[in-house]
Design a protein around this ligand. Structure first.
Ligand SMILES: *Cc1c(COP(=O)(O)O)cnc(C)c1O
Length: 332
């Protein structure tokens, strides 16, 4: 995450540097445009603006690869739409991953299992790898069991009343899921918020809510704009959403949003300043590709807030079903 600098009035709109038929109206910088635009206009706008970035091959900062052989570039493009995590669908990719783990493990003199395998995992970068190693140490050290709200036959989401019952002074937050991985159903975040507000008032605690909107975060604002599940509820302090689900971008992009600056402790913010200007960020990873971010931006400005353009282009179901569906995502 990069924290943008405060914008002056004149920064609130993007003015094209190039004269073209696409540049007649300025785009708002920080809100999604009201209307959709043609794919050509979306492409041209971003392409033109990116001219002002430096040329990657001249960038020696962070010592990250900026040039590979053509054959390798070709392989990258051939697999750019493969989600690494779908291992059953892409068994060969999984096998290549395991071969890499094994080769590197042997390079580092790891202990090899009887079946010839070493233990390791690919990550987005070394930062994620370091965090995973840290988590593994913590897990070994930790032996206390966590209480969970069990789902029961015929009811596959969290029961807000039961969840609130389990809250004690050691609870750091209650996480609600908007778009259950089981069936797409939305948990009742508003009820959870209301019950928890009561409990906080009685006890003097200040237990907040995180919403895991991995699947629902790009669905609810368009199809159920009246549904209160987000920062309209006072206890919701942070929300995550997967850009590579209904944000319509290839695998490798997610977002976390905090309610306000106060909700992200300043000592977690990492200030990168060895490459020039101070750049505050908060992320598990450091080096990674930027194409997913650019692609996410493309989808936001290309589709705008127009519900019809979203469903016209991407909805695999006829729209007459959508309004009848309970508040849930149609999992495909
Ligand atoms: C998909 C999903 C995740 C994991 O998200 P990724 O973007 O794949 O890392 C977490 N929570 C829920 C509810 C999900 O649907």
């Amino acid at each position: 995450m990069v924290f943008p600098k405060p914008a002056s009035e004149s920064d609130l709109f993007l003015h094209s540097n190039f004269a073209s038929r696409y540049a007649r109206e300025s785009l708002p910088r920080f809100s999604m445009p009201e209307d959709s635009m043609s794919k050509e206009a979306a492409y041209q706008n971003i392409h033109d603006e990116l001219q002002l970035d430096a040329i990657p091959k001249l960038n020696l900062a962070s010592f990250v690869t900026t040039s590979m052989e053509e054959e390798c570039n070709k392989l990258i493009m051939e697999s750019i739409n493969k989600n690494y995590v779908d291992m059953d669908e892409y068994p060969i990719t999984t096998d290549l991953h395991n071969r890499c783990v094994n080769m590197i493990a042997r390079l580092f003199h790891a202990e090899i299992e009887e079946d010839g395998n070493a233990v390791g995992a690919g990550t987005v970068g070394s930062s994620e790898a370091i965090m995973l190693a840290g988590l593994a140490f913590k897990k070994k050290w930790q032996n206390k069991r966590k209480a969970e709200v069990e789902v029961r036959e015929g009811y596959y989401v969290m029961d807000p009343a039961k969840a609130v019952e389990l809250v004690d002074e050691n609870t750091i937050c209650v996480a609600a899921i908007l778009g259950s991985t089981y069936n797409g159903e939305f948990e009742d975040v508003k009820l959870l918020n209301d019950l928890l507000l009561q409990k906080n008032k009685q006890t003097g605690w200040d237990t907040p809510i995180h919403v895991d909107a991995a699947s629902g975060g790009f669905i609810a604002p368009f199809l159920y704009p009246e549904l209160e599940w987000d920062f309209r509820l006072p206890l919701v302090k942070s929300i995550n959403v997967s850009g590579h689900k209904y944000g319509l971008v290839y695998a490798g992009i997610g977002w976390v949003i905090w309610r306000s600056k106060e909700d992200l402790p300043e000592d977690l913010v990492f200030h990168i300043n060895y490459l020039g200007a101070d750049q505050p960020t908060f992320t598990l990873n450091f080096s990674k590709g930027s194409s997913q971010i650019i692609a996410q931006y493309y989808q936001l400005i290309r589709l705008g807030q127009e519900v019809s353009s979203y469903s016209r282009i991407y909805d695999p179901f006829p729209s007459n079903n959508l309004t009848n569906t309970t508040k849930s995502i149609l999992l495909v």
